[in-house]
Design a protein around this ligand. Structure first.
Ligand code: GLA
Length: 746
C-alpha cells in the first residue's frame, strides 16, 4: 500500500494492490482526476489517461476536463464541489496546486468522526494543497488509502489565509469525474418504518440528487449512493460506492454532462448552507469513503462492512459479542412500573435474555409522549426505588440493565422548557412547529451541550447502567440559533451536528464500558457518523418480519450486521397488523443484533419455550450473526420479491447460516435451489435445518454436501410436497452449514 508522488509528471498514485486512485496537477495548476479503479502497476505514469476527455478548445476550457475538486465561475459549468462568496460579492475561484505531503497512518478530522488506523502501517495518507492566489483561500484535499481495502477516504480542509472574510456556499467532501455515464445510480430511500429500500435507476443527462435537509441524515435518504454498470449484480461487475461519515443534511448528486461524462459529488447539503471564514478560520468537511468493487454490489458491501465494523466503530464494545436484549417499548409503552418491569425482566431472564432495556417513560412525568423530555430525573411514582433500585434488581437476576434517553429534545411541558424556553430551536416571534409534541434543543450552543452532558452523566452515574439507547424522534424545523449572528445562520445545521458529536464524544469517553445504541424514531439517523460513537443502531421502528426483510436487506448494502438492531415483536404486529409465525420473526431478526420487544408475561408456556430455544440458537451462532460475512442471495426488490434469501459466513468459511423466506405461500411451488456464496469449494458441509424438528428439507439436501455443489447447484429450499401447502404464508427456514473435519468418502 503506497501513496507516491511522481515529481516528473506531478501525479499522485494511491495504490494498494486492489485499487488505484490517480490524480495530477496540470500545467495551469488545476488538479485533474486521472483514474479510479482496479489497481494499476505502481511506478508508472498514467498521463496518457487524461485528464482531457477530448481536446480543449482553449487553454482555460475546464468544461472538458475531469477535475478533482471543481469550482465554478471559470469555465466549468458542471456542479461545483466548492462554491464561495468573497467579501466583494464575487464567487470566482482559481484553485491551483501549491504542494503536497505524504505520511503514514491517517490523521483525525477535528470535531468530526472518521475512520481510523490502529497502527501506522495500516494506511498511507496524502494531503494536496490548492491555493486561490487572488483571494487567499487554501484548500487541503486529504486522501487515505488503507492496506488491503478497496476504499479511499477523502475529506477537505478549507482555510482562509487571506485578509478578507470568505463565505463558503458549498464545501463538498468529495467530487469524482468519471469518463462515461453508463451507470445506474443506486440509493437507499424510504420513510419512517420503511427505511433504506433499494432504488436503482439509469443515469441520464442532467442531475439526480439524494439529499436530506431535515437536520438528520433521515429515514427518507441515507448518505450513500452507488454507481453500478447496468449489468452489475450482487456478485458480478463493477460497483462504486460513495458513503458519507455524517449525520446531518447531506447531498449525493450525479450529473451527466452533454458529453456523456459523469460527475458525482458528496458532502454537506449546500442548500441553506453558508459558512463564514474570517481570516485564519478553517472548516473541515466530513469524510467521504469511496469504494470500488469488481465483484458486484456484494464486493462493495464487504468493503464497507469490514471498514465500518473495525475502523469506524470504536470503544470497548466494538469487538465484543453484543447481548441479547428485551426492550420494554412495544411490550409496555408508557406503562412503566417497577413491578411490571421486573416481571418482564424475570421472564426474559428465564428465556436466556441477557439485557433488560427500560425504554421511554421512566423520567419526569412522562405518562405519554406529550411531556417531560429534558427532565432527566427518575419518576418515583413509577420507580419508587429509583433507577438504581430497579437496575440492581435486574442485575440480581443475572442480567444487565439498559436505559432509553432522548437528550437532544425538550417537551414544551417540562421543567427544562419552563426554565429555558429559549433553548429550543425556533425563530423569535414566529410559531414553532411541534412534532410528537416536542421541540429540538439548540445543540449548536455549547452551553446547552454542557448542560446535557451534566444531566445525562448524572443519570448514568446514578445506577448500574450497561447500555444506552439514544433516541432522536423528530426533525428540525424553524432552523435558527440565538447563538449565531444573522450572517452566520447558514452554519446552524452543521453546528447542530457538531454539537451532537461533541455530546456523544464526551459521554462515550466518560462511560467507556456502556454499550450505546443510536436510534431516531427507528432508522432516521442510521449513518456512519452515528456508528463511530454507537456501534449499533435501532434499524427501524417497523418490527414486522416481512417489512424487515426489505429494511435489513437495504441497510446491509452499507452497514454491517453488528450495527443492525433487530427484535422479535408480538403479533398482530404493531406497525402493520400482520400475523407472522414466531419462528419467522426470529429467523429474520437473527441476522443482526438480536432481541425481543414484547411483553413476556403475555406469552404462553409454549411460546416461552420456543423463545428460549431461539435465544439459545442465537447464542450458539452469535459470532456468525453479528460478525460473519453477510451475503445477499435473493432480493426482495427484484422480480415479485416474494422469496428472499441471504446468508452469513465465517471468515474461515467453516460455518455459515443461510436464511430463506417465502412471503406468500403458493400451490404447486415447484422445486427451488438457491446457489450459495462464500463457502470453501473444497470443504464438505453438514447441513442442518432450523427451526428444529423441520428436518425434511435438510434431509433432502443430503446431510453432507460439498461447498462446490452448494455454490453451483445450490441449496434446495422448496420442493413440491404436500407439506408445502400446510405451511401457510410467511415461511422461513434456516440452514446451518458446518464444515466437517474429515472429507467423507464418495
Ligand atoms: C422511538 C423509538 C422507539 C421507542 C420510542 C419511545 O419511536 O424508535 O423504539 O424508543 O421512540 O418513545
Amino acid at each position: 500500500m503506497v501513496a507516491t508522488w511522481n515529481g516528473a509528471t506531478n501525479e499522485l498514485h494511491l495504490h494498494n494492490g486492489r485499487i488505484s486512485y490517480v490524480i495530477r496537477a496540470l500545467e495551469d495548476g488545476s488538479l485533474a482526476q486521472v483514474y479510479f479503479g482496479p489497481a494499476l502497476a505502481p511506478g508508472r505514469s498514467y498521463v496518457h489517461l487524461g485528464p482531457a476527455h477530448f481536446e480543449a478548445f482553449s487553454d482555460r476550457q475546464t468544461e472538458f476536463v475531469a477535475l478533482e475538486y471543481p469550482t465554478g465561475g471559470a469555465g466549468d459549468f458542471r456542479v461545483p464541489a466548492l462554491a464561495v462568496e468573497h467579501a466583494d460579492g464575487s464567487s470566482v475561484l482559481h484553485l491551483a496546486y501549491a504542494g503536497h505531503r505524504i505520511s503514514t497512518g491517517k490523521p483525525a478530522i477535528p470535531g468530526l468522526p472518521s475512520t481510523y488506523v490502529e497502527r501506522l502501517d495500516e494506511a498511507e495518507s496524502a494531503e494536496i494543497l490548492l491555493v486561490d492566489a487572488e483571494g487567499g483561500l487554501e484548500v487541503r484535499l486529504l486522501y487515505t488509502i488503507f492496506a488491503d481495502q478497496p476504499v479511499v477516504a477523502r475529506s477537505v480542509r478549507i482555510r482562509n489565509a487571506g485578509t478578507a472574510r470568505v463565505t463558503l456556499r458549498s464545501a463538498m467532501s468529495a467530487s469524482l469525474d468519471l469518463p462515461d455515464s453508463r451507470w445506474d445510480l443506486l440509493q437507499l430511500a424510504g420513510t419512517w418504518a420503511r427505511e433504506r429500500h433499494v432504488v436503482r435507476r439509469a443515469l441520464a443527462p442532467g442531475r439526480v440528487a439524494v439529499t436530506s435537509g431535515r437536520g438528520a441524515s433521515s429515514h427518507e435518504a441515507n448518505p450513500f449512493v452507488a454507481l453500478l454498470r447496468p449489468t452489475t449484480t450482487e456478485d458480478h461487475g463493477t460497483a462504486l460506492g460513495f458513503s458519507l461519515v455524517y449525520s446531518g443534511n447531506f447531498r449525493a448528486e450525479a450529473e451527466v454532462d452533454p458529453f456523456g461524462t459523469t460527475r458525482l459529488r458528496l458532502g454537506i447539503e449546500p442548500e441553506g448552507f453558508a459558512w463564514t471564514l474570517e481570516p485564519g478560520d478553517e472548516l473541515a468537511t466530513p469524510e467521504a469513503i469511496l469504494a470500488w468493487s469488481e465483484t458486484g454490489l456484494g464486493g462493495l458491501s464487504d468493503a464497507y462492512h469490514r471498514l465500518y465494523r473495525e475502523r469506524l466503530a470504536r470503544g470497548a464494545w466494538r469487538d465484543r459479542p453484543r447481548p441479547v436484549l428485551l426492550n420494554s417499548w412495544e411490550g409496555a409503552y408508557f406503562d412503566v412500573r417497577a413491578s411490571r418491569m421486573l416481571e418482564m425482566a424475570t421472564a426474559a431472564r428465564d428465556m436466556g435474555i441477557e439485557l433488560f432495556v427500560l425504554d421511554d417513560g421512566w423520567f419526569g412525568e412522562r405518562d405519554a409522549d406529550t411531556s417531560s423530555l429534558g427532565d432527566w430525573v427518575v419518576d418515583r411514582r413509577k420507580l419508587p426505588d429509583g433507577l438504581d433500585g430497579l437496575a440492581r434488581q435486574v442485575e440480581a437476576l443475572g442480567m444487565r440493565f439498559g436505559l432509553w434517553i432522548e437528550p437532544e429534545m425538550v417537551s414544551p411541558r417540562s421543567r427544562l422548557f419552563t426554565a429555558h424556553p429559549d433553548w429550543a430551536i425556533g425563530v423569535p416571534g414566529r410559531p414553532r412547529t411541534e412534532s410528537r409534541s416536542q421541540l429540538v434543543l439548540d445543540m449548536s450552543r455549547p452551553e446547552i451541550v454542557d448542560h446535557l452532558f451534566g444531566a445525562i452523566r448524572d443519570v448514568l452515574r446514578s445506577a448500574p447502567i450497561s447500555y444506552v439507547k439514544w433516541d432522536y424522534n423528530r426533525n428540525i424545523t424553524e432552523p435558527f440559533s440565538l447563538g449565531l449572528p444573522a450572517e452566520r445562520q447558514g452554519e446552524f445545521f452543521h453546528r447542530y451536528v457538531l454539537g451532537v458529536y461533541d455530546l456523544y464524544d464526551r459521554l462515550t469517553r466518560e462511560f467507556p464500558e456502556i454499550l450505546f445504541e443510536s436510534c431516531a424514531g427507528g432508522g432516521g439517523r442510521f449513518d456512519p457518523g452515528m456508528l463511530a460513537f454507537a456501534p449499533q443502531a435501532w434499524t427501524s421502528d417497523d418490527t414486522d418480519a416481512v417489512e424487515r426483510l426489505r429494511i435489513q436487506w437495504g441497510t446491509s448494502i452499507v452497514y454491517p450486521l453488528s450495527s443492525m438492531g433487530a427484535h422479535v415483536a408480538a403479533v398482530p404486529n404493531h406497525q402493520v397488523g400482520r400475523v407472522t409465525p414466531l419462528a419467522t420473526r426470529a429467523a429474520v431478526a437473527f441476522f443482526g443484533v438480536f432481541g425481543y420487544e414484547l411483553d413476556p408475561a403475555a406469552l404462553s408456556p409454549d411460546e416461552r419455550r420456543e423463545i428460549a430455544g431461539q435465544v439459545a440458537f442465537y447464542k450458539t451462532h452469535r459470532e456468525l450473526f453479528q460478525r460473519g460475512r453477510f451475503l445477499r442471495l435473493r432480493s426482495p426488490f427484484e422480480g415479485d420479491g416474494n422469496d428472499v434469501a441471504w446468508m452469513t459466513v465465517a471468515e474461515d468459511a467453516r460455518h455459515a447460516v443461510v436464511g430463506w423466506y417465502r412471503i406468500l405461500n403458493r400451490p404447486q411451488p415447484g422445486s427451488d435451489r438457491i446457489p450459495l456464496r462464500g463457502l470453501d469449494p473444497a470443504a464438505r458441509y453438514r447441513v442442518t435445518a432450523w427451526p428444529p424438528g423441520d428436518d425434511s428439507m435438510a434431509a433432502r439436501n443430503a446431510v453432507e454436501r460439498g461447498g462446490d455443489d452448494l455454490m453451483s447447484a445450490g441449496i434446495l429450499v422448496v420442493a413440491t410436497r404436500p407439506e408445502t401447502a400446510a405451511r401457510g404464508d410467511f415461511q422461513a427456514r434456516l440452514f446451518v452449514l458446518d464444515a466437517v473435519e474429515q472429507p467423507a468418502t464418495d
